[in-house]
Design a protein around this ligand. Structure first.
Ligand SMILES: COc1cccc(Cn2ccc3ccc(-c4cc(N)[nH]n4)cc32)c1
Length: 240
């Protein structure tokens, strides 16, 4: 998979040289290219923004600079992703879908955003998705790009050592939150690991983990339970 990120802060994407994503790049599983938007400016001050039509605070990113950049970076098979507070929510299902794509291009805005004609222009000639990380406001798209790249890259075949670990995850196939995890020592600061996990009884351990995932999800994210097919579990499962 190829991923291009266009930003005025290329150094913001430096963490993607580390750990699993860094290894995926080195091994050739992921072709990640980070571009400085100012490469496509046309003035000696390398200007990327201007004042908003209609007035208001802040600045807006110029369409002409973004147009030159995206014309150079986009390919026919690319899916253009534009992080935005007004975007569609990015979820694990989104990551799973995007992990099957050949080419993702992330356009990271700053200031008050990118001139809206850029999305309008490219939506007529390629797939474009405005994407939101959640209902809070960031200063730009780079943090969203870090999240999207990591969430997608880890799903690429060969990136994560043990693919089985991808199956049991929170928001995984069952759509439940992760159960609690423990390691040695069996007792720490007076806190003991649940006995069942030391029993070696795999069926009981699996049942305990499922019940804990259900319990946590009901307590913290009841919205996720609404999305589950009622036939997959009974509420009495949660009664103590
Ligand atoms: C109302 O506040 C804003 C309105 C417009 C733009 C900005 C700042 N900004 C610029 C580019 C950009 C890209 C993404 C995001 C973003 C995404 C999520 N989930 N939160 N924030 C924020 C961005 C703030």
């Amino acid at each position: 998979m190829r991923i291009d990120v266009v930003t005025i802060f290329p150094e913001y994407l430096a963490p993607l040289e580390l750990s699993l994503v860094g290894k995926a790049r080195t091994s050739g599983l992921l072709d990640l290219r980070v571009h400085d938007l100012r490469t496509w400016t046309d003035d000696r001050h390398r200007t990327v923004d201007d004042t908003p039509f209609g007035g208001g605070a802040g600045m807006v990113m110029r369409p002409d600079v973004w147009g030159r950049a995206l014309d150079d970076v986009l390919t026919p098979e690319a899916h253009l992703l534009v992080p935005s507070p007004a975007g569609a929510p990015f979820t694990q299902r989104t990551a799973e879908t995007w992990a099957t794509e050949q080419h993702l291009v992330l356009a990271c805005g700053r200031y008050e955003g990118i001139d809206s004609r850029v999305v309008e222009h490219y939506a007529a000639r390629t797939r474009v998705t405005e994407v939101s990380l959640g209902d809070y406001v960031l200063n730009g798209g780079e943090v969203a790009a870090l999240v999207v790249v990591e969430a997608v890259a880890r799903l690429l075949p060969g990136v994560v050592g043990n693919p089985a670990s991808l199956v049991e995850e929170s928001h995984g196939a069952a759509g439940l939150l992760e159960y609690p995890v423990y390691t040695k020592p069996p007792s720490w600061q007076g806190h003991d690991v649940p006995e069942v996990l030391l029993s070696g009884h795999h069926a009981r351990i699996a049942r305990w983990r499922r019940d804990e995932a259900l319990r946590r999800t009901a307590a913290r994210r009841p919205d996720l339970l609404e999305a589950l097919d009622a036939g997959e579990w009974d509420r009495h499962d949660l009664e103590v």
